[in-house]
Design a protein around this ligand. Structure first.
Ligand code: SAH
Length: 256
């Protein structure tokens, strides 16, 4: 018996209908390269493996590895990487032209840094389907002007088309988390709609802008954009950070 570990964000999926629904939206198939983050006991791994025939999994908890192996034995080819997904080089899984399809009921305690880490591999990824806390999914799909719109929305939407698919109640998990969950689909753009000439500058600008949510852009970006520079920019300096679109952030970062 494995006792769920809080520090690993372990909430195992147990609702069969939710699992079935997830497999239906993922539509795994044999020629695809599926990669699961945090497979746990294999609640999702096993039904996916049955359809795809092979899967790579990245699991941090070494105590779960033998249980997972046991459960998936003889059901297909499974490569287990007993590693921290936050440090994992996903590009090394890309051994053919086939891009990666990432899936996972992610550990919620590391979801934001994990998403930022995964975005660095966007060129190797076909799509991602993740279970996350609903509040985080709301932020990922929020549009300019929405309450949930912020740094995560902009950085994710710079790289990916985002869709919230469906919500999942706490009772679908064992143990149940304190929050509602939701499935998000992220599809990295093959061609970025807006290209930043210097990604780290873009990322820095977005970070600075949202570090003082209540300030106007002129005030929060004082270090990066002088009053003189603002005069040449066709953006209202009295706007607040949540009133600028991804396109406008890219445009601004390309000017400085
Ligand atoms: N997919 C399973 C388990 C989800 S719980 C299910 O739905 O039942 C989250 C899983 O992520 C756990 O198995 C946990 O051990 C694993 N995990 C936590 N932190 C991790 C990390 N940094 N890297 C990889 N896996 C991690």
């Amino acid at each position: 018996m494995h006792i769920p570990r809080k520090r690993f964000g372990q909430h195992f999926l147990r609702d069969k209908l939710v699992i079935q629904h997830l497999v239906e939206v993922i539509q795994p198939d044999t020629h695809q390269h599926l990669v699961e983050i945090g497979p746990g006991y294999g609640a999702l791994t096993l039904p996916i493996l049955k359809k795809s025939g092979k899967i790579d999994v990245v699991e941090l908890d070494r105590d779960l590895v033998p249980l997972l192996k046991n459960r998936c034995e003889g059901k297909g080819i499974m490569n287990i990487y007993n590693a921290d997904a936050l440090e994992f080089d996903f590009s090394m899984l890309r051994t053919s032209l086939e891009p990666l399809r990432l899936i996972g009921n992610l550990p919620y305690n590391i979801s934001t840094p994990l998403i930022f880490h995964l975005l660095t591999f966007a060129e190797h990824i076909q799509d991602m389907h993740f279970m996350l806390q609903k509040e985080v999914v709301d932020r990922m799909v929020a549009k300019c002007g929405d309450d949930a719109y912020g740094r995560l929305s902009i950085m994710v939407q710079y790289h990916c088309a985002t869709t919230a698919l469906f919500d999942v109640p706490p009772e679908a998990f064992d143990p149940p988390p304190k929050v509602f969950s939701s499935i998000v689909k992220l599809v990295p753009y093959k061609k970025l709609p807006f290209i930043s000439q210097n990604y780290s500058r873009f990322s820095q600008l977005v970070k600075e802008a949202f570090s003082h949510r209540r300030k106007t852009l002129r005030n929060s970006l004082k270090k990066l954009i002088s009053d003189d520079m603002w005069k040449k920019i066709s953006i209202d300096t009295h706007k607040r950070p949540e009133e600028l679109s991804v396109e406008e952030y890219v445009y601004l970062s390309n000017l400085i």
